[in-house]
Design a protein around this ligand. Structure first.
Ligand SMILES: Cc1cc2nc3c(=O)[nH]c(=O)nc-3n(C[C@H](O)[C@H](O)[C@H](O)COP(=O)(O)O)c2cc1C
Length: 212
């Protein structure tokens, strides 16, 4: 016998899928940089431009100024479909829930992803897995931005989120990494930017196939 909250999750899943069928496709891009003239932001803007050129809507959301906490393992999300922590992540989760694509992007800090993005991904994943599984078949992939080193490990860290949540990861002709140190210099890495542009187009194209 299904419990009441499980029935609610099934209904919620159906309603969200119906919402997606009735509305234009959308990709949420999450920027985990705290800087104003952030390289990660520039990279996401390039990515979003390509997605929009394919006729898919985008929204870039920043974690700047937010104090994202780590999951406290209370498991309340499997009953309510939301996170109990009141730090603004629930509003972002709600936007991801109704989207068709998700692209988290992180600056590399000491060889790994900036801490708040991993805290956010773990909580987003837990809310989805324990509840209406809104991440199922969502298209996307991670992006890493660094001055010099740690990009592939950072991408691998974030890929764990995609693999366990039954998501579809788009490729490109290189890994989704851009090399940039000082603020606002990301466009100087032309190979990195081209890789991201193609990735963005691929995300949009796969979404259109999946929605067919
Ligand atoms: C605390 C800290 C640690 C960093 N660690 C690394 C690192 O391990 N490898 C690297 O290549 N760059 C490192 N950087 C540089 C940033 O990844 C780089 O400046 C990047 O462009 C920042 O992106 P943003 O402008 O979007 O914040 C570090 C920067 C900070 C503030």
């Amino acid at each position: 016998m299904l419990k009441t909250h499980q029935i609610a999750h099934v209904i919620m899943h159906w309603m969200v899928q119906k919402y997606k069928c009735d509305n234009m496709s959308k990709v949420i891009l999450l920027n985990a940089s705290p800087r104003t003239n952030s390289n990660t932001k520039i990279v996401l803007e390039e990515c979003a431009r390509e997605i929009e050129a394919e006729g898919v809507e985008t929204e870039i959301i920043s974690l700047k100024g937010k104090k994202i906490q780590s999951c406290i393992a209370c498991l309340k999300c499997s009953e309510t479909g939301n996170c109990v922590l009141n730090d603004g992540l629930d509003e972002i989760i709600e936007k991801i829930r109704h989207a068709d694509g998700f692209i988290p992007a992180a600056p590399v800090y000491f060889g790994t992803a900036r801490g708040d993005i991993m805290a956010a991904l773990q909580r987003i994943g837990k809310v989805s897995r324990g509840g209406d599984k809104f991440l199922d078949w969502m298209v996307g992939g991670p992006i890493a931005v660094a001055r010099r080193g740690g990009v592939t490990l950072t991408l691998q860290e974030m890929l764990m989120f995609f693999a366990i949540n039954n998501m579809i990861v788009a490729g490109s002709t290189y890994w989704n990494m851009v090399i940039a140190g000082p603020e606002g210099t990301a466009l100087e890495d032309s190979e990195g930017i081209e890789t991201i542009r193609l990735f963005g187009r691929n995300v949009a194209k796969i979404i259109k196939k999946v929605r067919d």
